[in-house]
Design a protein around this ligand. Structure first.
Ligand SMILES: Cc1cc2nc3c(=O)[nH]c(=O)nc-3n(C[C@H](O)[C@H](O)[C@H](O)COP(=O)(O)OP(=O)(O)OC[C@H]3O[C@@H](n4cnc5c(N)ncnc54)[C@H](O)[C@@H]3O)c2cc1C
Length: 318
């Protein structure tokens, strides 16, 4: 796939180019990176085929449903234990770690070998996010009626504006008019807020590890297309990149997609290997977004990792 900037030239109108920029920026990388269009294309296709669904009750409901199925098959789950060392885990034929390469080194480094560890250390992280969650008195008063009816809204004005803000952010600067990705789930799911009230969240990309407070900048972006928005805010909660990492150590420097998804790391996550899920240590596997096909809630990293484990333990499986 070509870069995003090249594919944008295929669109005839300014609106279509802007729309493409909003979706393609999910790639979290500069628009002139080789193959960066791929992620935008996948997300646009998914939107056309089934929309971008949200889970009733919040994403936790999806995890709960998967967990209850696992338990119904006889599986056991233990939560609320932060694993610092592989030695804390019971002995087993295989352990699948849903963590990034840095954590894998700190949890199981003594079993991985120096050559593999030095390859893991070369893994690159991309831009981070600054995120805000809002409790709102009413729906966001977008002037555009399509935005008022959308689950996900991309803000950033023109293709050129979004492309510029992604470029400077990836270079380590902060944009004063960044690309903002906004979700307004309570419009479609009554369980998200008390009767008559609403919730929304948004983030913008910032340099990896940034601790700059982007609250005003994000809220100004929303206010510019939804005059009166700021008056609807009852309460907000913010996360800078380091708070994101504290919340989930997989979000290194605020990178929520498990590492830079450029061409070099798209298929060779976290290292170039015929089986990136398998580590050199027998029975130790990776299954996080730091493995192919990368970030997102598609579950495919775990699916392919599980297939690899079954193949290693029992031979070919279908
Ligand atoms: C605000 C936000 C919105 C997003 N929106 C979308 C979206 O709309 N669509 C989409 O496809 N993707 C989205 N993503 C990205 C997507 O959520 C991630 O790419 C994906 O969840 C990564 O999956 P994972 O399996 O690598 O690990 P994670 O989902 O990060 O899960 C890893 C789990 O392991 C836990 N953990 C980590 N280390 C340890 C340890 N040492 N011991 C015990 N537990 C540990 C973590 O707390 C976490 O619960 C979004 C991300 C964020 C932050």
């Amino acid at each position: 796939m070509p870069p995003i900037s090249w594919t944008a030239n295929r669109f005839k109108t300014k609106q279509a180019r802007g729309l493409w920029a909003g979706v393609a920026a999910h790639a979290v990388q500069p628009f002139n990176n080789i193959a960066s269009s791929a992620i935008g294309l996948v997300m646009t296709s998914a939107a056309h085929i089934g929309g971008w669904p949200i889970v009733e009750g919040g994403s936790q409901s999806l995890a709960n449903a998967l967990a209850s199925y696992f338990i119904s098959l006889g599986g056991k789950i233990q939560t609320s234990q932060f694993v610092k060392s592989i030695d804390e885990l019971p002995s087993s034929k295989a352990v699948l770690f849903d963590v990034g390469p840095r954590q894998l080194i700190s949890i199981a480094g003594n079993k991985l070998g120096t050559s593999y560890i030095s390859r893991l250390k070369k893994f690159k992280y991309g831009m981070g996010v600054f995120k805000i969650d809002w409790a709102l008195n009413e729906p966001i008063p977008f002037t555009n009626k399509h935005a008022s009816g959308a689950g996900t809204v991309h803000l950033g004005n023109t293709f050129e504006d979004i492309s510029y803000s992604e470029k400077i952010t990836s270079e380590g600067r902060h944009s004063d008019k960044p690309y903002v990705l906004l979700s307004q789930p309570s419009l479609f799911d009554k369980t998200r807020a008390p009767e008559g009230k609403h919730t929304a969240w948004a983030y913008c990309h910032v340099p990896n590890g940034s601790q700059v407070d982007m609250t005003d900048i994000i809220e100004n972006q929303v206010e510019s297309v939804a005059p009166g928005f700021k008056d609807t805010i009852l309460k907000r909660s913010t996360f800078n990149t380091m708070q994101m990492q504290e919340y989930n150590p997989n979000y290194v420097g605020g990178d929520v997609v498990g590492g830079l998804q450029n061409l070099a790391q798209l298929y060779s996550r976290p290292v170039l290997s015929l089986s990136p899920y398998r580590t050199p240590a027998k029975g130790i596997y990776l299954c996080s977004a730091s493995t192919p096909p990368g970030g997102g809630v598609h579950g495919l990293c775990g699916y392919y990792a599980a297939k690899q484990v079954l193949k290693d333990l029992f031979g070919n499986v279908h």
